[in-house]
Design a protein around this ligand. Structure first.
Ligand code: IPE
Ligand code: IPE
Ligand code: MG
Length: 254
């Protein structure tokens, strides 16, 4: 029957039985872009856009859970975003604390398991504290996995994976020539997660910006002009139902 809906809104599109949700992505990656432009359009500081983006993210997580998605990865801060003004970086680094203070109870109630992708050891101590506690408090949950890509970059992830593998070879724990794609997966930040089926990017930019490069190899891509703070569960529903209509061939013929 119906899934438990928590505090999420219940619209016709929230039922997991909806015909358009029959073929669903197991793992969705979202490049949440356009916060700055959203704020600019309203004559507001960029930080206001990031705050509004956080609220849109909350709704996207609820909607993914209501739609029965197994795993969602949210691109929150890239390895390139350190190039932004210090005040903006600081504001972004404070957002996880704020987000989990308000949302952790609902996330736990929904059975969500929190993970982080990227090098969190480079984050300010207060952000690291939030990373630690939110993972600890949800580690035994068995519902949807929500990954926050924080100080994440696909190239850095690949280089770390290669380094880890090379170390194992040097120590005699792995052998050159034995590496397979499946084995390589285990060295990545996404080890153990379902394959990435769909990438959504908002704000009209048509690029990956260093997001999940290895995992994106056969993901379906879905772009929208909608700026991230304006992204709703109906947009997500649209993305998932479009995904359901795609023919995934993986190089084969039908
Ligand atoms: C996405 O919005 C949020 C982060 C990259 C952290 P932007 O801040 O990139 O918004 P635009 O692209 O400037 O509109
Ligand atoms: C990608 O957005 C990173 C995140 C959404 C966290 P950017 O706004 O940083 O990407 P570019 O600079 O337009 O490629
Ligand atoms: Mg941007």
């Amino acid at each position: 029957m119906f899934k438990s809906f928590g505090r999420g809104e219940r619209t016709s599109a929230t039922t997991v039985e909806h015909p358009a949700l029959q073929v669903k992505p197991r793992h969705i990656g979202i490049i949440m872009d356009g916060n700055g432009r959203w704020a600019k359009k309203r004559g507001l500081p960029r930080m206001a856009g990031h705050h509004a983006g956080m609220l849109a993210m909350r709704e996207a997580i609820r909607a993914c859970d209501d739609f029965g998605i197994e795993c969602v990865t949210l691109y929150a801060f890239s390895t390139e975003n350190w190039k932004r003004p210090v005040a903006e970086v600081e504001y972004l680094m404070r957002l996880p604390e704020q987000f989990f203070r308000n949302e952790i109870d609902e996330l736990i109630k929904r059975g969500v398991k929190i993970r982080f992708l990227g090098d969190t050891s480079r984050l300010p101590s207060y952000t690291q504290e939030t990373v630690r506690t939110s993972m600890q408090r949800t580690e035994h949950n068995t519902g949807m996995t929500v990954n926050f890509a924080l100080n994440y970059g696909g190239r850095t992830e690949l280089m770390s994976a290669i380094e880890r593998y090379a170390k194992e070879v040097a120590e005699g724990r792995a052998t050159v020539g034995d590496l397979t794609e499946a084995k390589f997966d285990r060295y990545l930040d996404t080890a153990g997660l379902p394959p990435l089926d769909l990438i959504i990017r908002t704000s009209g930019e048509i690029r990956l910006s260093n997001f999940l490069l290895w995992q994106a190899a056969y993901a379906e891509l879905w772009f929208t002009e909608v700026l991230w703070p304006d992204f709703t569960r109906d947009d997500l529903f649209q993305a998932i139902s479009d995904y359901g209509k795609r023919k995934r061939r993986f190089g084969a013929i039908e």
